[in-house]
Every structure is written in structure tokens, then in C-alpha cells.
Design a protein around this ligand. Structure first.
Ligand SMILES: Nc1ncnc2c1ncn2[C@@H]1O[C@H](COP(=O)(O)OP(=O)(O)OP(=O)(O)O)[C@@H](O)[C@H]1O
Length: 629
């Protein structure tokens, strides 16, 4: 990839430099569509702030802060600015924790209040019991209340809170969820904390700002308001690409802030850009113009298929690839991985069909049929907490060449419970020798697979201390173990039951999909990426929990009463959510794009799609076209 710093300046880059160089710093919101070079402008602005204000930042031990979405993105951005020590690039969680870690007393008070609130909710529920309330509910509430009381008592003894995977307040551990709730509360409550943040970070930039939590935005705005021109708070984002449920979407502009626009699209061919603009036309109506030079301005290609939603979807998708290989100018659309640029990338929402095809149907069912809505969502987005031990430790250990591979040590060192990054070398050797048998047993369990091998692998890894799991998981596996005061909802318990009964092979298959190693990618996981040829598959999932519906978006299916009520009340509806996901997907294509809709009634679907204008005048292709292969 070409260095982002060396990309030619756009008018937005020049505006940003003006804002960074004024006597009074000015905060801003960059609002621009897909492929407009937001990340590129962010990197240029970071570099400019660090270079131009370097001596002053150094003298005052200040840094330019950049908050981004994933650790991978943080590393890439930091590398783009030459890993400058004046620039601190981190994920939102680690940035927020760095800010409040020294405020231990305030953290303790917050935790106490948080537990009391949870106790209050249960007490309120108890007041509403009727003669029909089930004895199991009454017993569970009473046990949960008792546990929370014990937790509250034990927090009195906590000398120092640390940030772990999931919360166990009694042991002084805060989890990811706590950080994004607690830190904004503390910032909003504490003027001193706001002053300290402003004096340490005179420049704070937020990447992918549409996906930032509401409360975090509010807290950063409070820091900015108090600093009165002494800091520059800059958001880089696209409200149309807000595809995670807790994201703020639009960042409202405060008085005196500047709105910076980037009207160009540097990524996509003309045909693809017209689809991108069409999808956006019914949202905020931002229309992009091509930023590609005339010699570089390829026309590109766009194809639209409507096919029956039956149990032959997989074969039909193969036929679509073959058809495209024969009829498009872009060469092969074969099913090889798109990493080498030759094949096509298929973007699908995590879906029972993908799960079946990719070999993780039971795992999918464990999260979708019994989990809470947050477990379902995080599963689709690739970040569900019960899967972390596999992602971080168990799979890397099992995928390594041998028990003694450096990859095994690296995984245990980074995430395991056996030793941590600070363990002295001689202890690492000793502990590893002890852990060697467990590692080897774990590799055997995983390679044998079979029903319930997920639970077996987890129990083995946790008991041997190879992983430091989320306290919720630890409690589930060992109810009388070290995390016995944890409270689990019945939904979570049910999902964990189904999860541990899965064949561990399914977890490997799921991560292959999530990490985009397969020709398929999740529609969520594809954010920020770009591929030469893209096939976007639109296929509504059956069931009552329907967050997205392409059939509703195209008018193939009627809106439900709830949808109509949400729209009438100006609340977010299935239409906006689906449109945004579709926007993110179609805008990943550089040259060629194909959209495949699987619908129950293809005749009605074809008519509705033709009416929707998305095909930009092109013909809707059907099964009959594929028949001529
Ligand atoms: N100023 C520029 N001149 C030429 N090409 C550019 C410029 N800025 C960005 N690009 C190219 O455009 C493409 C998109 O850039 P980038 O990923 O920064 O956009 P983005 O707005 O963050 O995208 P998205 O929001 O869709 O993920 C990249 O291939 C990048 O190299």
C-alpha cells in the first residue's frame, strides 16, 4: 500500500492544517463518504500536528492522541506517522483506561454505585412478583442479590482496580463494558480530570467517529468545551457507515467548530460510484464525485442478480461466479481468496447459510437461538466475549507447528494466565515446562474435535491456567471456583451451554471467516477494506430478531407495524440500518461489483428492484440467465 502521508493534498487537508495551526485551536468534524480518504486525511493531520508542534509538545510532555477502532488499525496508523513517540494511537478502551487509571478513588466509588444500581433493579423486580412468578426466578433473583451484596462488601477491600477482560469487581477487575460506561461518567463528573486530559493531549482525533459510543463523544466534547480553544478535538467519520449498534452516527457540531467535507471518492470506478450514490440518495443525500484522474478513471462494471431463496443458494452463488467470469471484463471471479487480488470477495452478513457452508452451523445456532441480543450482535461482528480465549490463545496454540513453537509462547505471553509480558525469562522457561503437558493435551483435544470438544478444550485451558478467561466464562465452567460471585443471566447461561457442546472445529471455521481468510467476509468485518471485485450477497435471515432486511429495503416485503411506528416516531428503523450496511458493502469495490439478492418471490423482487433505481439502468439478471452457462 502506498504511504498515506504521500497522497496528494485535497482542499480538506489544507483546511485541517489551518485549524491545527491557529493561535486559538479549532475543533472540527470531517464528514465524508466512503473512499474519500478520511483515514488518509487523519494520518496527514496527525503527522502535521506532531511535526509542526513537536518542540512544544516535547517540552510540555504532551502528545497528539488518535483513537481508532481496532488494534490493527492503531498499529497501521502509528506506522504511517513513522511510529512517532509524539503520537499516541490507541483503541478507545485503552485510551480511556489510560486517562482514568490514576483516579482509583473515583473508580472505587463508581463501582460501588454500579453494584448498588444492579441491586436496586432486582429489589424493584421483587416488589412486582405475583402468584405466577416462577419459583426458579425467585430463587435466582435472591441468589443474585446475595452475590451482589457480597461483591459490594468485598470491593471495600480492593486496593487497586485493574482492567481485565470481563468484570469481577470483588477482585478489583473492570471489564471492557465497564470502561466505556465508567470513564465518560468520571470525565463528565470531574473538572480536574477534564483539565488533566486537555493539558496532556492538546490534539485529540477520533477515527471512524460514527461508531464511537454516545457517552464517549459527550465526554470528549466536555473536555473540549472546558479547554476553550486550548485543544483541538477532531472527528473523522461517515454517519452512513455507522454499522455497529452502539455507535453515535452523526456527530453534532458545537458552536465554533468547523465542518470539513471531502466530496471526492478516490476508490471506486464510475459504475460502482453511481451505485454508491444511489444507495445514499435516500439517506443524507451526500453525492460523491470521482477523485480519480481521467487516465485512472475506469468505467468499471456492475451486475445485479435476483435468485430464489431456496436450499440451492450455494450452488447458485457458484453459478454467479462462473457467469461473471464469462461475461465481465474483469477476468476470473473464482472462489479463491481475494488477498492476491485475483478472485472476488464475497460479502455476506453472518447468516445461517454462511454458517452451514463454512462449517459452523451449531456455533451460529448457539449464539443466535439462545443468546442475548448483545451476544448475537457481537457474534455477527466477530467480537463475542465467550470466543475470545479461542481467538487469542487456544487456536494460535493449536495452529502452531509444535508445542515448542515461538507462536505458542507468544500467545501465552500476551493473553495467557501462565505468565504475562513482564515475567522474567527464567520463570517463563520454568512455567512453560510445567504448562507443556497441558499445551500438548489441548492440541490433542482440538485436533480430535467432536461433540462438546469446545467445552473440553476450554476447561482444560482454564484449569491449566493457559488462558485467563472472562470471569463470566470462568464462573460458568467452575461455579464454585474463584469467580463464584458472578451473576449470569439465564440467556447467557443457555448460550454458553450450547456453545460448550459445539465441536471445536466449528470455532476454527468461524474465525477463518471472521479473519477474512476465506473468500467470504462478514459485512461488518469489511469496514475500511477495499477489493478489486466484490460480490455482495443480500439474503434475509428468517426469525423474529430481524435487525436487517434487504427485502424491506427494496420494498419486496411489507414493513411491520413496529417498523412503521419507529419510522413515524423518527427512531432508527430496519430501513436505515440495512441501507447503511449495504452502503458499506457496495463501497468496498474498486473496479467491479455484483449484488445478489436471494428472494422468496423472484418475480416480485425483480419488479421491486427495477423500481428502486439501484441498478442504475442496468438489467436485473435472473436464474434464466444463469441457465445459459
Ligand atoms: N488525496 C488522495 N489522492 C489520491 N488517492 C487517495 C487520496 N486519499 C485517499 N486516496 C485513496 O483512496 C482510497 C480510500 O482511502 P481511505 O481508505 O483513506 O478512505 P476512507 O474515507 O477512510 O474510506 P472508507 O470510509 O470507505 O473506509 C485508498 O485507496 C487511498 O489510497
Amino acid at each position: 500500500m502506498r504511504s498515506r502521508i504521500s497522497a496528494p493534498d485535497t482542499p480538506a487537508d489544507i483546511t485541517l492544517r489551518r485549524l491545527l495551526d491557529g493561535d486559538q485551536l479549532q475543533s472540527f468534524v470531517v464528514v465524508a463518504g466512503a473512499g474519500s480518504g478520511k483515514t488518509t486525511s487523519l494520518v496527514k493531520a496527525l503527522d502535521h500536528a506532531a511535526t509542526r508542534h513537536g518542540p512544544r509538545l516535547r517540552a510540555r510532555t504532551q502528545q497528539v492522541a488518535c483513537i481508532t477502532y481496532t488494534e490493527v488499525a492503531a498499529k497501521e496508523i502509528h506506522a504511517d506517522v513513522g511510529n512517532s513517540p509524539l503520537v499516541s494511537v490507541s483503541t478507545i478502551h485503552s485510551y480511556l483506561w489510560t486517562l482514568v487509571r490514576p483516579f482509583q478513588k473515583d473508580i472505587g466509588l463508581w463501582v460501588g454505585r454500579h453494584i448498588e444500581d444492579a441491586m436496586g433493579e432486582i429489589k424493584e423486580k421483587q416488589q412486582k412478583y405475583t402468584s405466577r412468578t416462577r419459583p426458579t426466578t425467585i430463587a435466582k433473583d435472591s441468589s443474585d442479590l446475595n452475590k451482589l451484596g457480597i461483591q459490594l462488601q468485598m470491593t471495600q477491600e480492593v486496593a487497586r482496580y485493574s482492567y481485565g477482560i470481563g468484570s469481577d469487581y470483588a477482585k478489583g477487575i473492570l471489564g471492557h463494558e465497564d470502561i466505556v460506561t465508567m470513564v465518560p461518567d468520571l470525565i463528565l463528573d470531574n473538572a480536574l480530570l477534564r483539565r488533566i486530559i486537555a493539558s496532556k493531549y492538546p490534539f485529540i482525533f477520533v477515527d471512524e467517529s460514527q461508531d464511537t459510543f454516545h457517552k464517549v463523544v459527550e465526554a470528549l466534547k466536555a473536555v473540549d468545551a472546558q479547554a476553550q480553544g486550548a485543544i483541538c478535538l477532531g472527528f473523522f467519520g461517515d454517519p452512513m457507515q455507522n454499522i455497529f449498534q452502539r455507535g453515535v452516527g452523526v456527530i453534532s457540531q458545537e458552536a465554533g467548530w468547523e465542518r470539513v467535507e471531502k466530496p471526492e471518492n478516490f476508490r471506486s470506478s464510475k459504475k460502482v460510484l453511481s451505485v454508491i450514490n444511489q444507495v445514499r440518495s435516500e439517506a443524507d443525500g451526500i453525492v460523491q464525485v470521482t477523485g480519480r484522474s481521467p487516465e485512472d478513471g475506469k468505467n468499471g462494471e456492475f451486475f445485479f442478480f435476483v435468485l430464489p431463496a431456496d436450499d440451492r443458494r450455494s450452488e447458485q452463488l457458484d453459478d454467479v461466479r462462473t457467469w461473471l467470469g464469462q461475461h465481465s471484463d474483469a477476468g476470473s471471479w473464482a472462489a479463491n481468496s481475494a488477498e492476491d487480488g485475483s478472485g472476488a470477495k464475497i460479502l455476506m452478513i453472518v447468516h445461517r447459510m454462511v454458517a452451514n457452508r463454512m462449517g459452523f452451523a451449531h456455533l451460529y445456532a448457539a449464539f443466535h437461538d439462545s443468546g442475548s441480543s448483545s451476544l448475537k450482535q457481537t457474534f455477527d461482528e466477530g467480537s463475542a466475549w465467550p470466543l475470545r480465549p479461542f481467538e487469542e490463545v487456544i487456536l494460535p496454540i493449536c495452529e502452531a507447528g509444535s508445542v515448542d513453537s515461538p507462536a505458542v509462547i507468544a500467545a501465552l505471553r500476551k493473553h495467557g494466565g501462565v505468565f504475562n509480558a513482564d515475567t522474567p525469562e527464567q520463570d517463563v522457561k520454568k512455567k512453560l515446562a510445567l504448562a507443556r503437558d497441558a499445551v500438548s493435551d489441548l492440541r490433542k483435544v482440538v485436533s480430535e474435535g467432536g461433540s462438546s470438544s469446545t467445552g473440553k478444550a476450554l476447561t482444560l485451558a482454564v484449569t491449566a491456567g493457559l488462558v485467563a478467561p472472562d470471569p463470566r466464562l470462568s464462573f460458568y465452567l467452575e461455579p464454585e471456583g474463584p469467580h463464584r460471585d458472578i451473576v449470569l443471566t439465564s440467556e447467557t447461561r443457555e448460550a454458553l451451554g450450547a456453545f460448550t457442546r459445539c465441536d471445536v472445529d466449528e470455532i476454527a471455521a468461524y474465525f477463518k471467516y471472521i479473519r477474512q481468510e476465506s473468500p467470504y467476509s462478514t459485512q461488518h468485518g469489511t469496514k475500511g477494506a477495499e477489493f478489486s471485485k466484490v460480490i455482495v450477497v443480500l439474503d434475509d435471515e428468517e426469525g423474529k430478531y430481524q435487525l436487517y432486511s434487504y427485502e424491506k429495503l427494496f420494498g419486496i416485503k411489507e414493513l411491520s407495524e413496529t417498523d412503521k411506528r419507529n419510522i413515524a416516531a423518527g427512531k432508527e428503523s430496519v430501513l436505515e440500518r440495512t441501507r447503511r450496511l449495504l452502503y458499506v458493502c457496495v463501497s468496498r469495490a474498486i473496479d467491479s461489483l455484483a449484488v445478489v439478492v436471494f428472494a422468496k418471490n423472484t418475480t416480485e423482487a425483480k419488479l421491486a428492484i427495477e423500481k428502486s433505481n439501484i441498478t442504475a439502468g442496468g438489467r436485473v439478471l435472473t436464474e434464466a440467465d444463469l441457465a445459459h452457462l
